[in-house]
Design a protein around this ligand. Sequence first.
Ligand SMILES: [Zn+2]
Length: 274
Amino acid sequence: MTYPITIQLIPGLPHRPYRKGPGKPEGIVFHCTDTPGRPDTAATEASHEQRTWQQAFVHFFVDDTSIVQVANTDFLCFGAGPNGNSRFVQIELCMLEDPAKFQEMYQRSIWLGASLLHQYGLSFSAAPEGTVWSHQDVSRYLGGTDHEDPVHYLQSHGISWNRHLQTLFAEWSKPVNKPASNPTCRPVSQPAYRKLSVLVNGRFYAAIDVDDTTYVVWTALNEFNTPYEYRGNGLMTVRGQDIQGVVFGGSTYLPWSCLAPGIHAAKVDWSFTV
Ligand SMILES: [Zn+2]
């Protein structure tokens, strides 16, 4: 079972590296939104955070129907005090009272947590030495923050933190578990595309030549804070439009012109800049 991740990066977020460098988180932290008694969805939390990120922001919100990513996980967020922030990718669980809805949300959060560990080459282990933390663990072992979530919330649905760790370990142990936004689909035989390197906003991205059109690796969408969703087999929805990309070498490549509206490109020695 995999779940789509809706990526709606908040414009203007700072790109601060983790203490070991950009793209090098040391684990994950689980939170809950702590807003009981009102409808709580990933979409409303994400739009709230668009306005309040200067006080705090996390990387993901999870509810019973969606996973919304609002920040690039290669850079730190502001959800668990300076000591936790400099180490961890952070996931916020929406507060759902209905047991069936809670289960839907919970399964998504387990899948996401395991996927992130795989994505960053992290093994499964528990705090305080390990990779999987509650906000409460951060408060206890690292300090700089005093929240206790999401322990009581999980407990209110009959899930002890220990049980949570066991469930996550079981998911992480499954042989194939990669995030939907990081596709692993590799067709058995496919044409060998010529590899290119392109310059987008001053940063190099991998690209391939597909019938004389330059296709750029999907992560270049982050340069433009373009909202997108990975649908599988190279199909992505970009700004609401379905774009069939090419899966090559385990990554999805998209036609350069879909990176942003009105993009102008000048191809120079198989590079282009915008
Ligand atoms: Zn928290």
